[in-house]
Ligand binder design. Structure first.
Ligand code: NCD
Length: 329
């Protein structure tokens, strides 16, 4: 079976470092204005069954920078609006001779189905309340652009953990790379089996973000909430908002992150969103480079080795460990 990127949970720390290193190398290459010319350019289907701005555009950018082509697909305007099943849609796209698919879907696990039917070469761009692996890789690249290592960091993830695939992928990634992960939020917005996530749970903001090196805010995902999960936005803001005052509990200069889109003034104030500690726009840009790395990585298999070599960027390391990213590509 060909390689896919479906979760962070199933990756080991070396592979995560390999992808971050590869992304950093692509960033250097793009900054230098280098043009990547693959000998065997791929055609990627971007299948977004849920709305997206950052993730979709950065996959489009990533595909173009790699010298690949993409075709956009959404359920409206396709045969899915005539009742075609997801299975038949994927089989159809496979026969359209796409080399790989990037998929966002409201059902947790949908990209696994695509992986089976498509024989691999699938990148999960966010599935339901499950995972969003490229978001976590981009967040890690952002942190590593400012702090030497993830090992030993205190990473506080604040907000609607229950509905957040970003929280899950980030909790796994930062835990696997040796950070102390804290998950902070009201009881109603925390998974019932919180113990299955690799992080300590806090229901109060102050002890949760105390000494945090990284404070990651999550959007309140009202579209996924059943009525009554939150007393009021006002109360949420009072108890959990990351702002100029509450940031004083974290380490001085702590990195403030948010995957976007923001509920500005709810999970964070303007200081947290736009101030000197904000990493939000860097997260967006780094999203391009990790998506280049993810696509390159899934095609960097033995049979694709020769073709992928043409896109190989100059080596750059974010991990102390010697990475095999360049050699493998
Ligand atoms: C997130 C998502 O879709 O999971 N956004 C993103 O991809 N940047 C988070 C969210 O919607 O709140």
């Amino acid at each position: 079976m060909n390689r896919s990127l479906l979760t962070i949970r199933h990756l080991d720390a070396d592979t995560i470092h390999e992808m971050i290193d590869l992304a950093a190398s692509f960033r250097t290459a793009i900054m230098r204005g280098e043009t990547l010319r693959p000998k065997d350019p791929k055609v990627i289907g971007l299948l977004f069954f849920e709305s997206s701005t950052r993730t979709r555009v950065s996959f489009e950018q990533a595909t173009s920078y790699l010298g690949y082509r993409f075709t956009n697909f959404s359920s409206s305007g396709s045969s899915m609006s005539k009742g075609e099943t997801l299975k038949d849609t994927i089989l159809t796209l496979r026969s359209e001779r796409l080399d790989g698919v990037v998929m966002r879907h409201r059902a947790s696990g949908a990209p696994f189905l695509a992986h089976q039917l498509f024989d691999g070469h699938v990148v999960n761009a966010g599935d339901g309340e499950h995972e969003h692996p490229t978001q976590a890789l981009g967040d890690a690249l952002t942190v590593l652009s400012h702090l030497k290592s993830i090992q030993g960091l205190n990473v506080a993830i604040v907000g609607d953990v229950l509905h957040s695939r970003v929280a899950r992928s980030n909790a796994w990634l930062f835990h696997k790379l040796g950070a102390d992960v804290r998950l902070i939020g009201p009881r109603t917005l925390m998974p019932t089996h919180g113990g299955l996530l690799p992080g300590r749970i806090f229901h109060d903001l102050e002890p949760g973000i105390e000494d945090a090196d990284v404070v990651m805010c999550l959007r309140l995902q009202k579209e996924r909430m059943q009525d009554g999960l939150m007393t009021s936005t006002k109360e949420y803001r009072k108890m959990y908002q990351v702002n100029q005052e509450t940031l004083r509990w974290a380490r001085p200069g702590a990195l403030v992150m948010h995957p976007g889109p923001l509920n500005r003034g709810v999970e964070l104030d303007d200081f947290a969103a736009d101030g000197p500690q904000s990493m939000i726009l860097q997260q967006v840009e780094n999203g391009i480079y990790v998506r280049m790395a993810a696509l390159h990585w899934i095609f960097a298999q033995p049979q694709a080795k020769k073709a992928a070599k043409a896109t190989e960027p100059p080596a750059e390391k974010t991990s102390k460990k010697k990475s095999s990213a360049g050699a493998k590509a």
